[in-house]
Ligand binder design. Structure first.
Ligand code: APR
Length: 310
């Protein structure tokens, strides 16, 4: 009898627990929630399991501090890490989260050697490098979640601006996650019509800027902590594309090996995502302005990667 797929979610905080909830409630896979804090993943896992009869699904959810329980996972989602604390520089955060991501990926990869890794911890593109090295996995099985979130934000703002359904809005973003991301408005459409034909250039620019600052806008409102509903929904979309072999075309951070003129760097680009993970980089032509912005974004990723311990 076919058994359900198994997904491990490392980090039982806001993003991890919400991702676990989405996966379980969709009945997509059994979920193992892992955290370094004792009791936290067990408590949230039990709570999620107790929601199952009401929600109506049969996925198993457990929480643990022991990687043995994660063995044989099909997908491993990495959300563990620290948020930036007052007085902590971006570089301090980079080093702290690099240490956390390295240790959790080593432990998880050892017992799930065939898994596909989805990295969510920030700074995203640099953490993908750490996960790639720590796992020893081929590039097809190490993916970063950022582009789906960034384009979801862009789609939200476009739909609100034009008063249309989000369902009919498609948006395209490239590049690193953060200030240097590159929204491609030319390829962002409402029912197939580019938004550059529907909105004045200044409004398009404003929506692009709001998208690039989308994470910071939520942090400023929440004051403690960062966004998690949209990040979890975006992570779920990637897990779903993989486990159901949907061949979705989604922007993900992947290790480029010459595509878009970039070598050995994780940067967000559209890919075909299926049961094999990265199945194809979906290369598109860029205008010279877009290319310049993309190269600037890749350079910002490179700068962080250079700072990582070897
Ligand atoms: N092993 C396992 N879990 C760990 C470890 C570790 N070594 N170190 C920290 N954690 C756990 C924490 O105990 C915490 O429960 O990671 C969890 C992080 O959860 P939150 O602080 O709630 O952070 P969250 O909002 O979920 O964001 C997680 O995703 O979007 C990114 O920028 C965000 O990097 C951040 C990550």
């Amino acid at each position: 009898m076919a058994s359900r797929a198994k997904v491990t979610v490392i980090g039982a905080g806001n993003v991890g627990a919400t991702t676990a909830q989405r996966i379980a409630e969709a009945g997509l896979a059994d979920v193992v929630l892992v955290d370094i804090v004792e009791g936290l993943p067990q408590g949230k896992g039990l709570d999620l399991a107790e929601a199952a009869p009401v929600v109506g699904h049969d996925a198993q959810v457990i929480g643990t501090n022991d990687y043995a329980d994660t063995a044989g996972s099909d997908v491993v989602v990495v959300t563990s890490g620290l948020a930036r604390q007052p007085g902590m520089s971006r570089d301090d955060l980079l080093m702290k989260n690099a240490g956390i991501v390295r240790s959790v990926v080593e432990a998880a990869a050892r017992v799930s050697p065939e898994a596909i890794l989805i990295v969510v911890t920030n700074p995203l593109d640099a953490m993908c490098h750490v996960a790639h090295r720590a796992s020893g996995f081929p590039r097809e099985r190490v993916l970063g979640m950022a582009g789906v979130l960034d384009s979801a934000r862009f789609r939200t703002f476009i739909a609100q601006e034009l008063g249309v359904s989000v369902e009919d809005v498609h948006a395209f973003v490239l590049g690193g996650h953060g200030d240097t991301m590159v929204p491609l408005s030319r390829y962002s459409t409402v029912a197939g019509v580019p938004i550059t034909e529907l909105l004045p250039a200044a409004r398009v620019r404003a929506l692009e800027e709001r998208t690039a600052n989308g994470g910071a806008e939520v942090v400023a409102l929440l004051k403690t902590g960062s966004a998690f509903y949209a990040p979890a929904a975006s992570t779920f979309e990637m897990v779903d594309a993989i486990l159901r072999d949907r061949k979705r075309v989604l922007p993900c951070a992947v290790l480029l090996q010459g595509e878009f003129g970039v070598h050995d760097l994780f940067v967000g680009v559209p890919i075909v995502l299926g049961r094999g993970g990265l199945e194809r980089v979906f290369e598109i032509e860029l205008t010279s302005d877009e290319r310049t912005a993309f190269e600037k974004s890749a350079a910002a990723v490179e700068e962080l990667v250079q700072k990582l311990p070897a």
